[in-house]
Design a protein around this ligand. Sequence first.
Ligand SMILES: Nc1nc2c(ncn2[C@@H]2O[C@H](COP(=O)(O)OP(=O)(O)OP(=O)(O)O)[C@@H](O)[C@H]2O)c(=O)[nH]1
Ligand SMILES: [Mg+2]
Length: 660
Amino acid sequence: MGCHDDSDEHKVEQLRTNKTITVGLAGNANVGKSVVFNQLTGLHQHIGNWPGKTVKKAEGTLIYRGYTVDVVDLPGIYSLSTYGLEEKVSREYIVVEHPDAIINIVDASSLERNLFFTTQLMELEPHLIIALNQMDVAEKKGIKIDAGKLAKLLCTPVVPMTAIKNVGLMELIVEVVELHEKETPVVKPLPFGPEIEGIISGLTEDARRVETAYPRRWVTVKLLEGDEEMENISYPQVPVLRERVKQARRRIEEIHGHDAVSALTSERYANASRIASEVTTNVEPRRSRWASLEDATSHPALGYVVMISVVLGMFFSVFTLGDYASSLLGQGFAILEKAYYAATGLGPMQSFFWNGLAGGLIAGTTIAFPYIVPFFLALSLLEDSGYLARVAFLMDSLMHKIGLHGKGFIPMMLGFGCNVPAIFASNIMETERERLICAFVSSLVPCAARSIVVMGIVATYLGLGPAAALYIIDFILIFIIGRIAFKTLPGEPVGLIMEMPTYKLPSAKITAQRTWFRLKDFIFEAFPIIAVGNFVVYLANVLGLLNVAQWVLSPVTVLWLGLPAATGVVLIFGVLRKEMTLILLASLMGTTNFAMILTPAQMFIFAFVVMLYVPCIATIAVLAREFGARRAALISVIEIVVAISLGGIIFRIFSLLGIH
Ligand SMILES: Nc1nc2c(ncn2[C@@H]2O[C@H](COP(=O)(O)OP(=O)(O)OP(=O)(O)O)[C@@H](O)[C@H]2O)c(=O)[nH]1
Ligand SMILES: [Mg+2]
């Protein structure tokens, strides 16, 4: 049988004079869709070695040979049923928006599983191109794939590529343009076994009468599978179909001994598996150098040892590096300050320029920057290597106690960098309830800004022990609060369905890029806020307004928490950004030597409250956008109450123990 059937009702019917080509990238999760998207469009979709990063479709443009190519990055999916929102979005996009081409990104290193999705995609009859990505990984695993043969078997163009190294992208885009210019017809679905094909064609006659943008064969197959959306479209239009489909299902059951859904699924698997084995040769099934690492990091006992060491190692190196750079920068600015006053002379105007205008930026640079750079870098390496997904797997049973599964740990880990992407990442959870719990606990994770406060005060002046204690208290609280949320929100927990990505050597380019983008966000978003906040507080201080505010807040700050009155205003401004608390405190007191401002007990309590009391304004905004203003407000209030109540309790315990 030839590849293309001219009488096919879905063949390209018009001559394309249009200079715009739209292309959708579809495929399983974690196959490299976003890498391809970023390479093609120059945009920066989130890339990382764990499944489920892209949750909403993203669009970008590329100009090639006079064509404007609109590229759409779709979320990773495994089927085209309407089980999940992503699946529904993807199939509607393919049929309703009818892109000129669908590029199915396939992970060459696990071809069979990926082709299972390809078989379903083909049933939608798009203009299809297969991008056989991760060829480097396949090669390392000793897998050789005959791309030409695959193209013949599927009747579609197949482009082998290694997107991460920019190999094959040009060929891919040439293929897209060719498909457009040559008016290549749509792909034809792979046939099921003859009995089922017979049943399908028997039904197609009636299905033809259904008016819909979906291909007729697809409608028939989906009706057999009991797809609700297709039933709602078809049965009211052609009522006789309902009975016919019922009979057909019974026939399939008689022939196969299974219901229609299982029969169709197993035939798709059979197709995928047959094709995969026909085009694959295993050159030498050698044990990869990652294999022992793989074993060690997911080992039921050793895995935890590795995990704790990795996390401790990460914090320790970030702190050591940050502390060193911070004191170096501090010394540099001290010399600069001396030189400045030597040149301008002392006076209120000179002090206004240095402390009021430049102060915030200087404090931001010396206190925040040194910790944030190594922190983002470390997090990025963890994410890209695939280790984060291992941690998720190890944390599965603990996470179940708060009603999530291991996957929920990924957003939490990302929360260490910043809570905002963590809340976005909560979208990888399957149900609304899990998403909410996950976002809530993620907002309690000490982000880089909060870590700056812990490191800049507690670790620097009191040592690593008390700093570690703060983190441990925080984690215990996350667990307790998470568990309460889990018990109060109705619903059942679900199991862990996440595939383990293989370990990969993080690409220097992607790591550098991601760190830079996070850093850029930090510089452009945080620095203006820090500078303005600092200026406002400086001015208010000079005008004597701060005293009023501090007086109003002192029952909480001084009486309940045992902190200096100045911390009141600082905590209020800290809602803008958590590291502001440290910076403002330094600039209000005119020194970055916190030992002169706070006693050891106060340092601990201050850092504790900052760590917990309400996420920053950006996090609240994202929570409100994702879950509604009411829930965002509720989460904020809970966190303020918990932070202040417990802070006061710690103060009293310290007093009892004679710690000041
Ligand atoms: N070695 C290698 N790694 C790749 C290649 N393409 C992508 N990757 C890596 O695979 C991982 C997943 O890539 P993404 O582009 O984020 O995958 P995705 O398909 O968009 O994933 P989701 O959005 O989660 O569905 C990342 O760690 C990439 O660096 C490749 O050709 N070779
Ligand atoms: Mg993606």
